[in-house]
Ligand binder design. Structure first.
Ligand code: NI
Length: 178
């Protein structure tokens, strides 16, 4: 948090299928696996390009209950579906040790291009919609604390584990970073 590349809008990618983009994606997959995260955006590895990746494990609420396999999107776009927002806890590899309660659109439609040149268009709800919004915010230089409406709900993950976990199931405090 604070590095200029995390505070600056990223550039659109001219050719999503370029070899440099596949190289970047390989690096990002490694970083995501090392961190055991749910998602990652290129600015988090200090590359100012509009590339994100995310995955949703089977135990997350995605609207249809299906896990989402690792998805890479170049030049992604999001459209909210309706006015509804949900609040839930988020964590970020670029904001280590912290977690916060963040409002997000409940339902979205997103689109983008894969590094193989395929066009993806998808509807998403729940955690799936949340992780896509979190990653795409990175491309606009926005970290999740900037989306929070109640800063008293920005806390150390360790504290949340101790004091809030009892209100929720254990799972809630084990959120993957993104
Ligand atoms: Ni993040």
């Amino acid at each position: 948090m604070g590095h200029p590349v995390l505070r600056t809008p990223a550039e659109a990618v001219a050719d999503p299928t370029a070899p440099e983009i596949r190289g970047l994606v390989r690096d990002m997959i490694e970083t995501l696996a090392d961190a055991d995260g749910a998602g990652l955006a290129a600015p988090q590895v200090h590359v100012p390009l509009r590339v994100v990746m995310f995955q949703v494990p089977g135990h997350r609420e995605t609207g249809n209950g299906e896990p989402v396999p690792l998805t890479v999107l170049v030049n992604p776009e999001i459209v909210p579906l309706g006015e509804d927002q949900d609040e839930d806890w988020e964590a970020c590899l670029s904001v280590p040790g912290l977690t916060g309660l963040v409002p997000r659109w409940t339902s979205i439609r997103y689109s983008g291009t894969t590094p193989y040149g395929e066009r993806i268009e998808q509807m998403a709800e729940g955690f799936h919609a949340r992780v896509v919004q979190h990653e795409c915010d990175h491309l606009d230089g926005i970290l999740y604390p900037a989306r929070m409406t109640d800063m008293s709900m920005l806390m150390f993950r360790e504290e949340l584990r101790h004091y809030v976990a009892s209100e929720d199931d254990e799972e809630e405090t084990e959120r993957e970073s993104a």
